[in-house]
Write a protein that binds this ligand. Structure first.
Ligand code: CMP
Length: 137
């Protein structure tokens, strides 16, 4: 059984589609093993996305991710990392396949509704960033 980290981003929280997005996960065999609604500080967002620090979009990414509350979750299930990425669709919603979360709920590459870990190794680090062991069940 794998675990992966999912974030419902400020655009989707503001649109009131938390429940619709959670339903996509639960209806497709991913259990919510942990869940919390939080407002990221600039320090949190910068650390979480440290891998993108040198990318030209880093400043906008931090601005956006701190613009409103987010929902952080641990998703658990068979093949959870890949399954979550399939359900999310491509990073750029204009390229996301029909029926994916980003095709249905995202506006732009910045306001793209959800984040999901891109590998099992990164999932472990991203989960530890937000959750203690006792938070996950
Ligand atoms: P996410 O999966 O959260 O990981 C980094 C985020 O940076 C990504 O989703 C996008 O929302 C955002 N981003 C903005 N511009 C780009 C870009 N050119 N390539 C990749 N990610 C981008």
């Amino acid at each position: 059984m794998e675990q992966t980290l999912s974030i419902i981003k400020p655009d989707a929280v503001a649109k009131g589609v938390i429940g619709k997005i959670v339903d996509r996960f639960e209806s497709n065999g991913l259990k919510i093993a942990a869940m919390r609604k939080i407002k990221l500080s600039r320090e949190d967002a910068g650390k979480f996305y440290e891998v993108h620090k040198e990318r030209p979009f880093f400043g906008e990414l931090v601005d956006f991710m701190t613009s409103g509350p987010v929902v952080v979750m641990v998703l658990e299930g068979d093949n959870a990392v890949v399954k979550n990425r399939e359900l999310m669709g491509a990073t750029n919603p204009k390229e996301a396949a029909p029926g994916t979360i980003r095709a249905d709920f995202a506006q732009s590459i910045d306001a793209n509704a959800v984040h999901g870990s891109d590998s099992l190794e990164n999932a472990k680090g991203e989960i530890e960033f937000f959750f203690a062991k006792r938070d996950i069940s």
